[in-house]
Design a protein around this ligand. Structure first.
Ligand code: 5AD
Ligand code: SF4
Length: 483
């Protein structure tokens, strides 16, 4: 006899999930997969085999949304033929477009915002049992009372087992949701709601479980992660305090955090990065532009002088630190002179790398309602390429000092770069990162994956250091040499 409780574990559902966007989205997808695995779902990489198809979406640029609408378009026939398949749109686009998604793709079953992901498993069951259009969305930022808006944006962080992470020894850990900065071009404060720090006790508990599972590297996530603050009866916890607590956890060998906001780069935080060996000497601090006029129009809340001052504090406090940045080119009204100021800032700051984006007008943002997207696409493209060329040259120049040096690499897995030995046979190339987040590729074997190895560097490109393993596993600790 089959009991009702057994049915869930006997029936295996097949889940196809596609994720676009930032690390926060990657983590959200891991969480959704983890919660569905508990209900007997298995992953498939083919929509044809799947009975549940989910898109975890991004709204930061229009291109990311277009990709999802085309993917949905391609599923129209499949859903016609197999109406039992459940199709869900999750994430920022769901929160932003809401019912518009059903207008464009009426065969979608679920539209679930990033603050409501805990509802996904139940909603899928409901949609399977009773076909219809289901939505789970958080309150909009103009919906009144701040506390109720905050409550409607819930963080979703169930425990995952190691197989659900990109590698068993690396994990993202969310410490903050939402954003209160309201840069004029950005949709994130609308889709992910008000900034809210998670409880440090819960974060530390989660990190301990991750360490027990064999996780060696944790990357803390937040939209403006260094603005993290949590107040309770015990007082206030800032990011520097939290990092010190996480540093004590045995088994954790590396700690990183992304993305930082320039104005909140306080000295206490920089000193913790300098003093604590497990902290990656790496900061991602988007500048967005090198022109004060553009920064003002973007409402970034700092000047280029402020950004420079922050950079010199980073350089003074943590010699050898790697800093990366984001830039938007072709923002409303950006003149050639303003763009040149951005090029000058990139020359001056010598970022490890920069992510460069063409401005994309987003409905619902201040720049959309109050400014004109007046820079033609070909100029945006040209500026993008020009800035990228400067950045790539700097990245390569700054990789040169690594030639002949030894770096400590946490090995992540096989590299996409294949290689052959002298006799023409394929050899396994592994990839990992240095303590300052530089990518290293070297010849190795599978059992080195997940280990911390000393690697000697013999060749560099703008994006990669090529090396040879010098020692076996560097026991437990992170050496300071060869950042
Ligand atoms: N257009 C182009 N790029 C954007 N970003 C955010 N909003 C937009 C937009 N509307 C970029 C910023 C941010 C990164 C995650 O995406 O550079 O730091
Ligand atoms: Fe968007 Fe600005 Fe917040 Fe970053 S800080 S998520 S760019 S509003």
């Amino acid at each position: 006899m089959i009991l009702q409780e057994d049915i869930g574990s006997i029936m295996t559902h097949k889940l196809y999930i596609e994720t676009v966007g930032c690390q926060m989205n990657m983590l959200d997808s891991e969480m959704v997969v983890a919660s569905l695995r508990k209900r007997g779902y298995e992953l498939t990489d083919n929509t044809k085999d799947a009975d549940t198809i989910l898109f975890n979406t991004c709204s930061v640029r229009k291109h990311a949304e277009d990709k999802i609408y085309s993917a949905l378009g391609r599923l129209r026939l499949e859903k016609n033929r197999h109406p039992h398949k459940v199709i869900g749109v999750l994430g920022c686009m769901a929160q932003k477009d809401q019912k518009l998604i059903f207008d464009k793709a009426p065969y979608v079953d679920l539209v679930v915002g990033p603050g409501q992901l805990q509802q996904v498993p139940d909603l899928i069951d409901e949609a399977r049992n009773q076909p219809g259009q289901y939505t789970a969305l958080s309150l909009e930022r103009t919906a009144g009372n701040l506390e109720s808006i905050k409550r409607s944006h819930e963080t979703f962080d169930p425990m995952r087992d190691p197989t659900m992470r990109p590698t068993p020894f690396q994990a993202y850990l969310r410490i903050q949701i939402g954003c209160d900065k309201f840069c004029t071009y950005c949709i994130v404060p609308m889709t992910r709601g008000p900034e809210q720090g998670r409880s440090p006790d819960i974060i530390v508990d989660e990190a301990r479980v991750l360490a027990d599972q064999g996780c060696k590297e944790i990357t803390l996530l937040g939209q403006t992660v260094n603005s993290y603050r949590y107040r309770d009866e015990k007082g206030e916890t800032r990011l520097s305090d939290l990092l010190l607590r996480l540093h004590d956890i045995e088994g954790i060998e590396r700690l990183k955090f992304v993305t930082s906001y320039p104005k909140d780069m306080t000295d206490d935080l920089l000193q913790v990065i300098r003093d604590m060996p497990k902290l990656s000497k790496y900061l991602h601090v988007p500048a967005q532009s090198g022109s004060n006029e553009v920064l003002k129009r973007m409402k970034r809340g700092y000047t280029v002088e402020d950004y420079r001052e922050m950079m010199s504090r980073i350089r003074e406090t943590i010699p050898g630190a790697a800093v990366s940045s984001d830039f938007i080119v072709g923002f409303c009204g950006e003149t050639e002179e303003e763009f040149q100021l951005t090029c000058e800032l990139v020359e001056e700051c010598r970022f490890k790398n920069s992510f460069i984006f063409k401005y994309s007008e987003r409905p619902g943002t201040k720049s959309e309602t109050r400014m004109i997207d007046d820079i033609p696409d070909d100029i945006k493209k040209r500026r993008n390429n020009e800035l990228l060329a400067i950045q790539n040259r700097i990245s390569e120049e700054d990789n040169h000092p690594f030639l002949g040096e030894t770096v400590q690499v946490l090995v992540e897995g096989p590299s996409k770069l294949g290689a052959k030995n002298d006799t023409g046979q394929d050899v396994l190339q592994l990839t990992g990162r240095t303590q300052c987040d530089r990518i290293v590729v070297f010849e190795g074997n599978r059992r080195q994956i997940g280990q911390m190895l000393a690697v000697g560097i013999y060749e560099v490109t703008p994006f990669t250091l090529m090396g040879t393993v010098l020692t076996e596993h560097v026991q437990g600790d992170v050496l300071q040499i060869g950042l």
